[in-house]
Design a protein around this ligand. Structure first.
Ligand SMILES: [Zn+2]
Ligand SMILES: [Zn+2]
Length: 192
């Protein structure tokens, strides 16, 4: 089990690290906007605007306390749901807007740094590097493996029905809390 928690310790949980997972650093402008939304103290972004993420099945994760502190954000009406701990603004992870997406991209801020490599391996794919900040840009690699494992995870979770055991969605398929959607002005400010 990999233990995760928010900075203040109110939100805590565990991930079963067996099974399919991906380690990624994503440099896309949406992940950068979410990092900026949480602010510098949340320390989501690295020096080049990258967000380190571990993708796992939502069914592999459960909260041991503080689940009621979760807040959710969408950058637009069509975007992913970005979850964070309301108590201390620690980034938790990103999911698709419906439970069928099956995965959550857990953001490094809530993970146990000392155990990430032991639990999820040392291979890290670099994605969306063309929007990385500064130069030289990091070289993108690992996309094919990430996509293959991503589809395998989604397929096995769907066929087994395990995707319904998500702590982020009600049995009705709605998120456990209504995400706040940024206005286009708010998003513009975060992306400039
Ligand atoms: Zn907290
Ligand atoms: Zn991204």
């Amino acid at each position: 089990m990999h233990h995760f928690q928010c900075r203040c310790g109110v939100v805590r949980g565990e991930v079963d690290c067996r099974g399919t997972h991906n380690r990624i650093i994503c440099y896309c402008t949406d992940c950068q906007a979410f990092g900026r939304f949480l602010g510098p103290s949340a320390a989501v972004l690295d020096g080049q605007g990258g967000t380190e993420i571990v993708q796992v099945a939502q069914s592999k994760l459960h909260f041991t306390q503080g689940q009621d502190q979760l807040l959710a954000l969408r950058l637009s009406e069509t975007g992913m749901i970005r979850w964070y701990a309301g108590c201390c603004k620690t980034a938790i992870g990103n999911t698709m807007p419906s439970p069928g997406g099956a995965f959550i991209g857990l953001i490094h801020c809530c993970l146990d740094r000392s155990q990430v490599t032991a639990d999820f391996g040392s291979k890290i794919a670099l994605l969306e590097t063309e929007t990385a900040l500064g130069s030289p840009k990091p070289l993108a690699h690992g996309l094919f493996g990430v996509i293959s494992r991503f589809f395998w995870l989604m397929l096995t979770e769907r066929v087994s029905g395990r995707y319904r055991q998500s702590p982020f969605f009600e049995p009705t398929g709605l998120p456990i809390i209504q995400p706040r959607v940024l206005t286009s002005e708010e998003l513009f400010e975060l992306k400039k």
